[in-house]
Design a protein around this ligand. Structure first.
Ligand SMILES: Cc1cc2nc3c(=O)[nH]c(=O)nc-3n(C[C@H](O)[C@H](O)[C@H](O)COP(=O)(O)OP(=O)(O)OC[C@H]3O[C@@H](n4cnc5c(N)ncnc54)[C@H](O)[C@@H]3O)c2cc1C
Length: 405
């Protein structure tokens, strides 16, 4: 059995590691030229389910490396307004508090990790099977039931199963499930990081430096997480990762001064100007966090969300992660759902490889389980967005037309 995975993001690489554990041959094809050639986000919170998926897919030493490279736990959560006064009664069920407050729980506490470091760990040991600079463009089902994937450079790869792990703009999904395009919510996420130099720490409010903070503004919210790392374990090829203060502002495009057209192409200076405007009357110690932000780290993403995935007839092309169930970052569940998918699919393909069930039945079981758990995650993320952004109804509609999937 041979599996083709399109996309070397968190889901695709985790699946590849899981397949390796099950002794199944695979190749991963990634559009980017290298793992670090593009900013893909900074801090990512891995919850109990995400950690269990990584434990099942990674060899023991790499799982230990994942744990060791996570940020040190913080001491709690501030829930405040933009004047840094306490706010009560707004909490998203899927957010778990920092480790000290979760004592006695059977579930592991969330671990905040640097996304790039996690991808580097996921790449360890499978480098020869991950091919960069390979943009998927099309696939064709062969008469023998196998699938041929075609890439922009004219090359192709034939395998028993093709897995779409190519994220929210998935080209594979576009062909496999053309009706499943995620809808634009009208919200956007502006994110970046600030280096905690002594000069910066002297200006940034003390309450933001040691705890996770959720700041509620008018139609927007900010998540701030201090990322402090232990010395990096030696013996692995991991990039250097300095401490940083991570922050993400989520809100309606209008509140952030981002139009519907061209918002994705705003340069970092333009993004910084918008943040300056939005935060103009915020607490001085909170504003400083953004004013001292690393300009090169600034990024903006429109928030899009999939609908609960409908059932479809199984074939040799399947989907995982954001490619099928993109969701608002407000719930902090998207990557965890992608890792869980990877674990479920690796297990099912392992059953098929061992001759316990047919390949089609294995993919079908995976898809049923994936639809079930991702539906809950999509709905939880929507509820999270409602609480975070203080709106009670439907997502904002794009003027004149609604971008529904
Ligand atoms: C600011 C922000 C913060 C977030 N925080 C969290 C969090 O704390 N916890 C959480 O669980 N989730 C979080 N998320 C969501 C999370 O990032 C995604 O759900 C997760 O990355 C999905 O993983 P994936 O593997 O499906 O897709 P991706 O990680 O997007 O990977 C897709 C890969 O496919 C590649 N690709 C795309 N097209 C092609 C092509 N045509 N051919 C070949 N390769 C292709 C891409 O280059 C990419 O490497 C956050 C999202 C954002 C934006």
């Amino acid at each position: 059995m041979h599996i083709t995975i399109v996309g070397a993001g968190l889901g695709g690489l985790c699946l590849a590691q899981g397949l390796r554990r099950h002794g199944i041959a695979f190749d991963v094809y990634e559009r980017d030229a290298a793992l670090a050639s593009r900013t893909q986000g900074y801090r990512i919170r891995i919850d109990h389910r995400g950690q269990q998926a990584l434990k099942a897919c990674l060899p023991e030493d790499l799982f230990a490396l994942f744990k060791a490279t996570g940020a040190m736990p913080v001491e709690g959560v501030n829930v405040v307004d933009t004047g840094l006064d306490a706010v009560t009664g707004r909490w998203v069920a899927s957010w778990r508090r920092a480790s000290n407050e979760g004592a006695g729980n059977v579930e592991e506490d969330d671990l905040s990790v640097n996304r790039q470091t996690l991808r580097e760990i996921l790449l360890c040991g499978i480098e020869d099977h991950v091919h960069f600079g390979k943009a998927f463009v099309r696939y064709r089902e062969c008469e023998d039931g196998r699938v041929a994937a075609g890439f922009a450079d004219g090359s192709s790869a034939v395998s028993d199963v093709l897995v779409a792990a190519d994220g929210i703009n998935s080209q594979v999904r576009r062909r496999r499930l053309p009706g499943a395009t995620p809808a634009d919510t009208g919200f956007a996420c502006l994110y970046g990081k600030t280096c905690p130099t002594p000069a910066a720490l002297a200006r940034i409010s003390g309450v933001l430096r040691d705890r996770t903070s959720i700041v509620f503004g008018d139609g927007l919210a900010v998540i701030i997480d201090p990322m402090r790392f232990r010395p990096q374990p030696t013996g692995y090829r991991l990039g250097k990762c300095e401490d940083y203060l991570y922050w993400a502002i989520v809100g309606a495009r209008e509140s952030l001064g981002i139009g519907w057209e061209g918002g994705d192409t705003l340069c970092q200076d333009e993004l910084a100007a918008r943040i300056e405007r939005v935060t103009a009357d915020w607490h001085i110690g909170l504003r400083a966090l953004f004013q001292l932000g690393d300009r090169a780290s600034l990024a903006m993403l429109p928030v899009r969300t999939a609908d609960v995935p409908p059932a479809w007839p199984t074939n040799a092309v399947t989907v995982l992660g954001d490619a099928i169930h993109a969701m608002s970052p407000a719930g902090g569940l998207g990557a965890n759902a992608a890792l869980h998918d990877a674990c479920l699919l690796a297990r099912q393909l392992g059953e098929a490889a061992a001759g316990h069930r047919s390949l089609r039945a294995a993919i079908g079981s995976y898809e049923t389980a994936m639809r079930e758990h991702s539906s809950h995650a999509i709905l939880a993320s929507r509820r999270g967005t409602e609480i975070l952004l203080g709106y009670g109804g439907r997502p904002h509609a794009r003027p004149e037309r609604i971008l529904a999937g």
